[in-house]
Design a protein around this ligand. Structure first.
Ligand code: PHE
Length: 336
C-alpha cells in the first residue's frame, strides 16, 4: 500500500501553490498519511520492520522532493512572467538623445535649398592645395591666402585641413556638367584663437549654381528666399566685398527684427547681422574646373552654421557647441 503511494507521489503534478500545499498536508502534515503509517510501525512483525521502515522513508523523501521541485518550477514561471508575460505593463523608461544644434540647423538649411533644386555634395576634410586654394583663383603667394589661417599637415605644404567647403565645389565642378545646383555642408578648420565668438574649427554650408545666363539678380533672390525660410520675414542687404573666387563679391547682412534683449546683443545693436559671403563665380575658377566660362556663369555663397545656430537658439558662446556637456545638449530634445 505504501508502495502505491510512492508511485502516486512521483506522478503528482500541480500548477498552483494551493494544490501543492494540500498535497503537503495530505502526506507530511500532522495528521498526514506518513504519520499514520509510522503509527502502524509497532504492529508490523519484527522481521518486516526493516523493509517497512525503508519504504516509509522513501515515501517521505519522494514527497518532500516533489514539493520542492514543484514550488521551484512555479517560482521560475512567475519570474518569467514578470519580464515577458504581461504585455500591458508600462515599458521601462528609455533615455532619448537630442540632435546637436549644429545638425538641427544644418538639416534646416539643406531642407530649404533642396526645395529649390539643390542637391548635397560632400568632400574630404584633409585637402590638397589645388582644391582648397589654387583652383579657386588663389595661386601660390597670393596675399588673400592669409585671409584664412591654414592648418598644414606636418611639413607638406600641399596637404592641409580645408579652410572652407569651396573645395567641395571645385571637386563637384570637376566631376559634373552644368547645370549645377549643389550645397556643400561640412566641417572646416582655421588656425584662429578660440573665444566665445570663434573656434579653430566650425561648420559651413556653401552653395553653387552654374548654368547659362545666371545673373546677380538670381543670386539675390535665392538668398532672400533662403533667409525668409530660415529666419522668418527678413530683409537682406548686400555689401560689396572681396573674395578671390567671385567677381563681383558681396557680404550678406540679414535684418530680422529685434524682439528680445538677446537679439539686440547678438546684432551688436545695429539690427544688421552678417551671415555669409557670396558672389558671381570668377570665370578663372570655372575654367580651372573644366567648365567653359564663355558658355556658363554662376553664383556661389558660403555661410557658417555655428554662428547661425548661436543666433537661432540664443546661445551665448560658440565653445558650448563642442564641449559635449550633456546639460547643454539635453536642451535640444524638443527641437527637430
Ligand atoms: N569660401 C568663403 C569663406 O569661407 C565663403 C564664400 C563662398 C564666399 C562662396 C563667396 C562665395 O569665407
Amino acid at each position: 500500500k505504501i508502495k502505491e503511494h510512492i508511485a502516486i507521489v512521483k506522478g503528482f503534478q500541480s500548477k498552483s501553490l494551493d494544490d501543492i500545499e494540500a498535497f503537503r498536508i495530505k502526506y507530511l502534515g500532522k495528521k498526514g498519511l506518513l504519520n499514520e503509517f509510522f503509527a502502524d510501525f509497532k504492529n508490523v512483525p519484527n522481521e518486516q520492520k526493516k523493509e517497512f521502515g525503508q519504504t516509509i522513508n522513501m515515501l517521505k523523501t519522494s514527497a518532500a522532493d516533489k514539493i520542492n521541485s514543484l514550488k521551484q518550477a512555479l517560482e521560475n514561471k512567475t519570474e518569467e512572467k514578470g519580464i515577458y508575460g504581461d504585455l500591458t505593463r508600462p515599458g521601462e523608461p528609455m533615455e532619448i538623445g537630442a540632435r546637436h544644434p549644429i545638425s538641427i540647423v544644418k538639416n534646416q538649411i539643406i531642407d530649404i535649398f533642396s526645395r529649390i533644386g539643390f542637391n548635397v555634395s560632400e568632400g574630404p576634410e584633409i585637402e590638397d592645395d589645388w582644391h582648397n586654394f589654387t583652383a579657386l583663383n588663389l595661386p601660390e603667394y597670393h596675399p588673400a591666402r592669409d585671409m584664412q589661417d591654414t592648418f598644414f599637415i606636418q611639413t607638406d605644404p600641399d596637404i592641409l585641413l580645408r579652410t572652407h567647403t569651396s573645395s567641395v565645389q571645385v571637386r563637384y565642378m570637376e566631376n559634373n556638367k552644368p547645370p549645377i545646383r549643389t550645397i556643400s555642408p561640412g566641417r572646416v578648420y582655421r588656425n584662429e584663437a578660440i573665444s566665445a565668438r570663434s573656434h579653430c574649427f566650425f561648420h559651413q554650408v556653401e552653395g553653387l549654381y552654374i548654368d547659362k545666363d545666371v545673373s546677380f539678380a538670381d543670386l539675390k533672390q535665392t538668398l532672400q528666399f533662403f533667409t525668409t525660410e530660415l529666419f522668418g520675414k527678413s530683409k537682406i542687404r548686400l555689401r560689396p566685398s572681396y573674395f578671390p573666387f567671385t567677381e563681383p563679391s558681396a557680404e550678406v547682412d540679414v535684418y530680422w527684427g529685434l524682439e528680445t534683449e538677446t537679439d539686440y546683443k547678438m546684432t551688436k545693436g545695429t539690427g544688421w547681422l552678417e551671415i555669409m559671403g557670396c558672389g558671381m563665380v570668377d570665370p578663372n575658377v570655372l575654367d580651372n574646373c573644366g567648365i567653359d566660362s564663355r558658355e556658363y556663369s554662376g553664383f556661389a555663397f558660403g555661410m557658417g552654421i555655428d554662428r547661425i545656430a548661436l543666433l537661432l537658439h540664443q546661445i551665448s558662446d560658440i565653445r558650448l557647441l563642442s564641449e559635449n556637456d550633456i546639460r547643454f545638449l539635453e536642451q535640444f530634445k524638443s527641437a527637430l
